[in-house]
Ligand binder design. Sequence first.
Ligand code: EPS
Length: 388
Amino acid sequence: MYFLTAGESHGPQLTGIIEGVPAGMQLDIAKINAALAARQGGYGRGNRQKIEHDTVEITGGLRHGKTLGSPLALTIQNRDHAHWSKIMNPTSPETAENTLRKVERPRPGHADLVGGMKYRHTDLRNVLERSSARETAMRVAVGSICKQLLEQLDIKLVGYVQQIGKLAGAKSLPTDVSQIEQQIHANDLRILDMAQVTPIHKLIDDTKRAGDTLGGIIRVVAENVPAGLGSYISWDTKLDAKLAAAVMGVNAMKGVAIGDGFTAATNLGSDVMDPITWDQESGWSRSSDHLGGFEGGMTNGMPLIIQAAMKPIPTLYKALKSVNLKTREVQKANVERSDTTAIVPASLVIESVVAIELAKEITATFDGSNLARLKEQLQAYRQELKEY
Ligand code: EPS
């Protein structure tokens, strides 16, 4: 399975192609659109989301609602393009009128400066348009398709917000996906503890007023993932490594942890290893999950627990010091319309990239040509593990 996205934040549309989705899967477009709508929401978002109404159009790989096994072609329109149709026109000439809103004061922490240096862009808009997290809309669409595939295989997962700035969204760290889903849908922060909603809203409001931004911590839990996905044989076959790469590939991520992560490094071995259990009914298991469902780069049958640390958004209304590309004068960095925090949408994006990696691994481990055959193979494999 492989996917690629294209498109600029204020260009005409986002495009995605995903190859390797098994044939014979009934695709629920409403579910994809619901995921896209959820990604647009969340407290702390800026005004761009009032313009966009993300919905997916599928123009390849689907017939009568079912996947053909051929590449799925997806598009999401950028409604805001109507306001940028001259500046972000893919084909019109580079006239003065078409190149207004040049970006020449790079924002610290953004891709602006290094992107310009590397690709020899003198208008940093050429960098920010693609480095913008707008692209993650397509990753959520692709992720929703992979999530639907995983659901067919009885694997469920959820990504939610564990912490915003210094405030935790809950003390507990549950592993029951349905329970987590129920709790996070009761508020606009995707957090577990309703008592934390008001203090976190206030934190976001105060930060916005101060022209500043916030990051946070995201937690993903995946349930009923069979043991033995990934491999201990070589570094690049370890599934936790692939997941870590996918998580770090999401805009603004600065850290990733599996299970207890960095805390495990400070604890004793006897506190960190998960004791092995066996019973006739469920076969092999562990009595705790400090290792987040991974041993030796392979899933061990326990819930997968992945955390991601997101830095605050680098576009600050209280602009930071920068240097003008042309004049070399010290100036305030460019201010583009932005979010105070994008931790809520990012939790859906992280959920999506984890779903994509799991779907990739499963369709590579078993025959991913046809959904019915894949189901049969996975069921037989689960039975084999039980009887081991
Ligand atoms: C972004 C800046 C903002 C965000 C955008 C990411 O866009 P704009 O400059 O148009 O206001 O809204 O996120 C999205 C468009 C989105 O759909 O998530 C940035 O610079 O990264």
